[in-house]
Design a protein around this ligand. Structure first.
Ligand code: FE
Length: 243
């Protein structure tokens, strides 16, 4: 093994260099462009966080070694930014609100019924949709890790993956809901659903009063990610719904 006489380079400095190298490979500044100016006495950009730097460095290596196709990566990023997210789940919920037959099918066979709108259950084989009502509120968790209906909700939020949420959702669901700003009356039963790799859950929130004349699209715009996990209810914007 060759001796390394160079001073050791800090991990962060190394990653910053790797990213700068990657950026250089990806984009060559045009003559006269703003990027070509080198007479500045300041950095052009703030160095990203460590995880972001690690990700970019890893991506650069994988692309350089030909292990991943940058076009495929772009497609994946685009999918998560524009195609996969809570807007998908919201469309399922809005359809269930306006179409009783769809809702009945959804509660009986969620995978088949969400497929009617072009969505899948991802790598999980099965999915259950659980309906909120005046006497029942459903809450979804994955106590083991972070199983999540990502094809309908996108990537899970950080709190969903936290130890605190995963343990307390089971031990003290009413308490954790109040910390999310949702205080439920004592007479409302809270049902906690523990997701697994094979079975995911999606909450069908209650349709808010005052939305009777809203279109399916308008209804979908009201449905939030948190309401489909069960840590929130669907509410009308403060300006009120269209009557
Ligand atoms: Fe999990």
């Amino acid at each position: 093994m060759a001796k390394n006489k160079k001073p050791s380079v800090g991990r962060r400095r190394f990653l910053k260099g790797a990213v700068a190298g990657a950026a250089g490979l990806m984009t060559k500044p045009k003559k006269g462009s703003a990027q070509q100016h080198e007479d500045h006495d300041h950095d052009h950009q703030v160095v990203p966080s460590d995880p972001a730097l690690r990700t970019k460095a890893l991506e650069t290596l994988l692309v350089q070694k030909g292990l991943v196709d940058p076009v495929t990566l772009d497609l994946l990023v685009d999918a998560y930014q524009t195609k996969i997210g809570p807007q998908n789940g919201a469309k399922v919920i809005a359809r269930a609100w306006i179409d009783p037959a769809y809702k009945k099918r959804l509660l009986e066979n969620a995978p088949k019924t969400i497929a009617e709108l072009g969505y899948t259950t991802g790598e999980a084989d099965d999915m259950n949709v659980v309906e909120n009502g005046p006497k029942v509120h459903n809450l979804v968790v994955c106590t083991l890790c972070s199983c999540y209906p990502w094809t309908l909700l996108g990537l899970p939020p950080r709190w969903y993956k936290s130890d605190a949420y995963r343990s307390r959702a089971v031990i003290d669901p009413r308490g954790i809901l109040s910390e999310f700003g949702l205080t439920l009356p004592d007479e409302v039963e809270i049902r906690v659903w523990d997701s697994t790799a094979e079975l995911r859950y999606l909450v069908l929130p209650e349709r808010p009063a005052g939305t009777e004349r809203m279109s399916e699209r308008e209804l979908a715009a009201l449905v939030t990610r948190d309401s489909m996990v069960g840590v929130a209810n669907v509410t009308l914007p403060k300006s009120g719904g269209r009557q």
